[in-house]
Design a protein around this ligand. Structure first.
Ligand SMILES: [Zn+2]
Length: 152
């Protein structure tokens, strides 16, 4: 079956591994060809030191710390979350930030949107202390939705 590129809408032969028009990797997942934010880039940028992968995403990473610069466990300080895009230019990105306590129990889940997120771009997302319960031990970031950015 021919495949329509989710980024540029050009049709490709079913044997194609990359879009013949825009070069998008045509990786097939459980729900068809992987779309924006989930299709791995053919030439991804390296993950910055100390960053972890964002879940259910390709080539996206995050790092977090208390804005005071101390250990990110104090609970009463805002958190600075930095996310890095090592893949394609993206837009309308929706991320869920989930915090857990020491026992791994979920404490909160916050949604954050990034209107435009270029390849190589680092975005800082602050989470205010009033949004945080005490004793945040670990943070996970999950990709919920994304669109491909406009070509330059
Ligand atoms: Zn394409």
């Amino acid at each position: 079956m021919p495949m329509e590129c989710p980024r540029c809408s050009v049709w490709n032969p079913d044997v194609a591994r990359f879009c013949r028009n825009c070069g998008l990797g045509l990786v097939v997942g459980p729900e068809g060809i992987l779309g924006a934010g989930r299709a791995p880039h053919a030439n991804p940028l390296a993950c910055p030191a100390g960053f972890e992968p964002i879940r259910q995403a390709a080539d996206m990473f995050f790092h977090w710390e208390a804005t005071g610069g101390g250990a990110p466990l104090l609970g009463t300080e805002p958190l600075a979350l930095t996310v890095f895009n090592g893949g394609y230019d993206l837009a309308q990105v929706v991320l869920h930030v989930c915090g857990t306590d020491r026992a791994g129990q979920p404490l909160f889940e916050i949604e954050r949107e990034i209107e435009e997120w270029r390849r190589g771009g680092q975005v800082r997302l602050e989470i205010a202390s009033y949004e945080l319960p005490d004793r945040v031990h670990a943070l996970n970031v999950v990709l919920i939705a994304a669109e491909f950015g406009q070509p330059e």
